[in-house]
Design a protein around this ligand. Structure first.
Ligand code: PHE
Length: 342
């Protein structure tokens, strides 16, 4: 019987050290396998006297059952330990704050351009774009500004060669469109884009800025249409209670020409520092398309009339948001940019 206890003790000692499935299988083979220790005990039974055999057999079977149970329990323990280790490695703390990625947004000037585009597309206008490097002919001559015309001084230019320049306004896109239409069909377009002038940069001037010009040419276009359109524009940009005021002005490409003022959104006309106590703020230039401009682009002024207007996008943004320095739009200070991130 002592042999049984010794064998069991040796088995249990080894079992303690078993860490892997392989070690476990080896231990099982060594004790319970065909040539295992317990099987050896069983074989020894044949040499015993008949009277002792049943009791001996029971003992061996009991030992076998005990060792098998111990093996199984250890196997389960290994598996549990392995699972716990895996779970610990894969722990997911759902209470940790998520990682946030910085999200960009359109530039404030793009947003203003888009809102103006939305308005005019809703009114049936098409959006047209053109080159920023433009010919003198389209930028000036076909807009009734022949060489040496004094009004060229109003738009100091960057020339690339004597007949090519960086466009000073987006009006050449209007010329291009009218020529494209061959003087035959009505025009209803807006032209957004960058323009360039030889100004010294300061708080209110930039050598590059953005404009949106509009042009409508049809057989019955009147100044009343222009005024209604600009009122709608002013109300969209500055609030539905705004009114506008037209003052006579001069542009070579329009006759008559007007400066357009919007009633002050800050003081409702009572007078404040934003409107310099006049109740009105100048927002754009406009007028009825000059006969010469229509003619040079192939339209018969006896049949067609048109109106045009030009908005400075930066100026609108500065007025709308009380921005004091135009350079903020271009220096990309994130603190400035984020103010418009909604
Ligand atoms: N092109 C003019 C400018 O840049 C603006 C304008 C457009 C004025 C259309 C009248 C009509 O100064």
């Amino acid at each position: 019987m002592n042999a049984f206890e010794t064998l069991k003790a040796a088995f249990l000692t080894r079992l303690e050290t078993v860490k892997t499935d392989q070690e476990l299988a080896q231990l099982k083979a060594d004790y319970l396998g065909k040539k295992g220790e317990v099987t050896g005990l069983m074989q020894a039974m044949k040499d015993l006297p008949a009277a002792e055999k049943p009791a001996y057999g029971q003992k061996v079977n009991a030992l076998k059952a005990e060792l098998t149970a111990a093996l199984n329990a250890h196997k389960a323990a290994i598996e549990t330990a392995r699972m716990n280790e895996k779970l610990a490695q894969e722990t997911l703390d759902v209470t940790l704050p998520g990682r946030t990625f910085p999200v960009g947004s359109p530039h404030i000037l793009s947003k203003i351009v888009e809102s103006i585009e939305d308005l005019f597309v809703g009114l049936g206008y098409q959006i047209k774009e053109g080159p920023e490097v433009e010919s003198d002919e389209y930028n000036f001559e076909k807009l009734n500004l022949p060489k040496d015309h004094p009004a060229r001084d109003m738009q100091d230019s960057f020339y690339i060669d004597p007949s090519t320049l960086l466009r000073t306004h987006t009006s050449p896109v209007q010329v291009r469109t009218m020529l494209d239409y061959g003087g035959q069909k009505p025009v209803k377009i807006i032209c957004p884009g960058k323009v360039y002038r030889r100004d010294d940069d300061d708080a209110t001037h930039s050598h590059q800025f953005m404009q949106i010009e509009g042009l409508v040419v049809d057989e019955s276009t009147t100044m009343a249409d222009l005024k209604g359109t600009l009122l709608k524009l002013a109300q969209t940009m500055f609030g539905k209670d705004r009114t506008i005021r037209l003052r006579p002005s001069y542009f070579p490409f329009t006759e008559p020409s007007v400066e357009v003022d919007v009633s002050c959104y800050n003081c409702e006309g009572a007078g404040c520092s934003i409107c310099k106590h006049t109740g009105y703020i100048e927002i754009l230039g406009a007028g009825m398309v000059h006969d010469n401009v229509l003619k040079m682009s192939g339209y018969d002024p006896a049949k067609y009339q048109g109106f045009a207007f030009g908005i400075g996008v930066e100026r609108i943004a500065m007025l709308k948001y009380g921005i004091e320095d135009i350079r903020h739009f271009y220096t990309n200070d994130m603190r400035f940019m984020r103010m418009f991130n909604q």
